[in-house]
Every structure is written in C-alpha cells, then in structure tokens.
Design a binder for this molecule. Structure first.
Ligand SMILES: NC(=O)c1ccc[n+]([C@@H]2O[C@H](COP(=O)([O-])OP(=O)(O)OC[C@H]3O[C@@H](n4cnc5c(N)ncnc54)[C@H](O)[C@@H]3O)[C@@H](O)[C@H]2O)c1
Length: 290
C-alpha cells in the first residue's frame, strides 16, 4: 500500500523559489553573495542591499544570464531610510517581497575583555551592535508589511556565537545572542502570517571585517583561514573536514525560505557548523575506522 508520502507525486523538477522575491542585506560579498546567487539559481528575483557599491556591481556581473533578476541597492543597514528604499525598490521592480535575509554583519576579531580598554569596548559595542543587531531590527521593520502581504518569511544569519562562547569576543558573541532573541521575538510577533527562522553558521572563508573603531575594518577573516591552513590546523569541530566555503551554507537558506518544504517551521534555528554543539573538549574524537 502506498504511504501518504508516496501517493503524492514528488515535484523535484521545480526550482524551490520559482516566482519568489527576496531581499538580502550584506549580499555583495561572502555568505550574502552566495545566498543571492543560489536564490537566483532556485528561480527567485533578488534585491541586495550593501554598502560596498563596487562589489554590488561585481555581483550583478556574476549573475550572468540571471542579471535581469537582480536589483543592487547601495546603502547602510544602520539607516532605516536606506532599508525602506531597498524594500520599496524591490516591490517597484519585482512587484512584491516574499523573503527577507538580514545578513550584513561585522566581527570583533576575538577581542577579549582583557585586551580592551573601557573606551574601546564602548565604541566597539556601539559599532558592532549598530550593524549586527540594529541592522536586523530595522530590516524587519522596513519589510514586515510586504511580508505579511505575501505570507512570506525571514531567515536571519546567526552564528555559532548565537549559542556558544569563543566564536569571537564578548561584543560579537553578545550581538549574535541578541539576534537569536530577534528570531524568537519576531517569530512570535509575526505569526501566523510570517515565518521567522535562523541559520547559525560556523566559520567560513569570507571578507568578514572588524569594527572601524578598533582599526579592524580592513582585516578579512579569509586571511585568518589562510594562516590556519598554512599552519596545517583543522577546525576543532566533529566534522573536521566541514566546508568553510560560503556556497556550502546556502542550502538551509533555500529550505527555510521554501513554503512548500518549510511551511510549518518558525522560530527555529538550524546550526550549520560542523557539529560544534557536540564537540566536547576541543578536539574532534576522530570517529571509528571500520
Ligand atoms: N565568516 C564567518 O566565519 C561567519 C561565521 C558565522 C556567521 N557569520 C555571519 O555571516 C554574515 C555575513 O558575513 P560574511 O562572513 O559573509 O562577511 P562579508 O564581509 O564577506 O559580507 C558581509 C557584507 O555585509 C556588508 N556590510 C557590512 N556592514 C554593512 C553595513 N553597515 N551596511 C550595509 N552593508 C554592510 C559588507 O559590505 C559585506 O558585503 C554576518 O552576519 C556574519 O556575522 C560569518
């Protein structure tokens, strides 16, 4: 006898986001760029807000045959005016908004409490929280009306630092914990009309920068990966060969955006981090050879 699942013909041929419209913040580089290109491949039309105009233009080039389905908007996520302009631009160009991905962020380069003066800490806090937390809050404020209209969804980029220590210093860790609070609060406030979920990413090779106030705005996390690789170090996670390329993190963003495949999921966070939560004391156990 056919199970209920077998009795329905699978729709594997359809792209998962055909006809949807997404807005991604911080999509000119790194993870946001990879999500933008993946969403295009899944059939979506994509607006990208970023402060890096040069890299935005490069993204449109990289979209190739899909370039007519990309809208590049130069702006800063700390500005509600810029975010409202991005939402209005997406709706004007593509007719609606189904998916919001708050993603733009900066890191604190592991600056621990004991390495910072009170003044540095105060300035780094204001800068990191303004981008990482206020930027998400204001993006949702700018977009929720359009998302309610389409019964759409929000997928926030979180981090292993939304749950665990030592993925940064206190400022970054607190900012990503705060974003977890935003996922939960908005999942509650916008239900049942808008689903709100998160992807807690582990480390990956991107252009992630630090705060200007600490003189770290020209540093890029990819340089840290290059140094670790040159030293023969592997990530301290159970999947010790876990990918560090942003492209390999995008599948969960597709899944959570898909009404067909995630229609009953809200307030959830998927860890895509090589299994940090079960890593025990620092080293990977290594598994067993059969
Ligand atoms: N790279 C990692 O190891 C890692 C791990 C976990 C989570 N994350 C998170 O992933 C997200 C994306 O970071 P990434 O690693 O792709 O870095 P990235 O620097 O490659 O991309 C971030 C993008 O955000 C943009 N941006 C930064 N501040 C902005 C602002 N004020 N206004 C508009 N745009 C702004 C940058 O120009 C850049 O294009 C961040 O939220 C980060 O915290 C990264």
């Amino acid at each position: 006898m056919a199970t209920p699942a077998q009795s329905t013909a699978p729709e594997t041929a359809a792209r998962w986001l055909d006809g949807d419209v997404a807005l991604i913040t911080g999509g000119a580089n790194g993870l946001g760029r990879a999500i933008a290109l993946r969403y295009l491949a899944e059939g979506a039309r994509v607006a990208v807000l970023d402060r890096d105009a040069e890299q935005l233009a490069a993204l449109v080039d990289a979209a190739g045959a899909h370039a007519n389905r990309v809208l590049a908007v130069t702006g800063d996520v700390r500005s509600t005016k810029d975010l409202h302009a991005a939402v209005a631009g997406a709706v004007e160009r593509f007719g609606k908004l189904d998916i919001l991905v708050p993603n733009a962020g900066i890191w604190d380069y592991h600056r621990s409490l004991t390495r910072l003066t009170g003044e540095e800490l105060a300035e780094a806090f204001d800068e990191v929280f303004a981008v990482n937390v206020k930027g998400y809050l204001l993006a949702v404020e700018a977009a929720w009306r359009e998302l309610v209209a389409t019964r759409g969804s929000i997928i926030m980029t979180l981090s292993n630092s939304s749950f665990h220590t030592n993925g940064g210093g206190p400022v970054y860790t607190a900012s990503k914990h705060a974003c977890l609070g935003l996922v939960r609060e908005f999942a509650y406030e916008l239900a049942p009309k808008v689903r709100v979920n998160g992807v807690a990413c582990g480390g990956m090779r991107t252009q992630l920068r630090g705060p200007e106030s600490l003189g770290l705005d020209e540093r890029r996390i990819e340089a840290s990966f290059a140094r670790a690789e040159a030293a023969g170090e592997r990530p301290h996670v159970p999947l010790y060969d876990a990918s560090v390329e942003p492209e390999d993190f995008t599948g969960t963003y597709v899944l959570l955006a898909s009404r067909r495949n995630s229609g009953n999921i809200t307030g959830a966070v998927v860890p895509v981090d090589g299994g940090i939560a079960v890593r025990g004391f620092r080293t990977a156990a290594g598994g067993a050879d059969l």
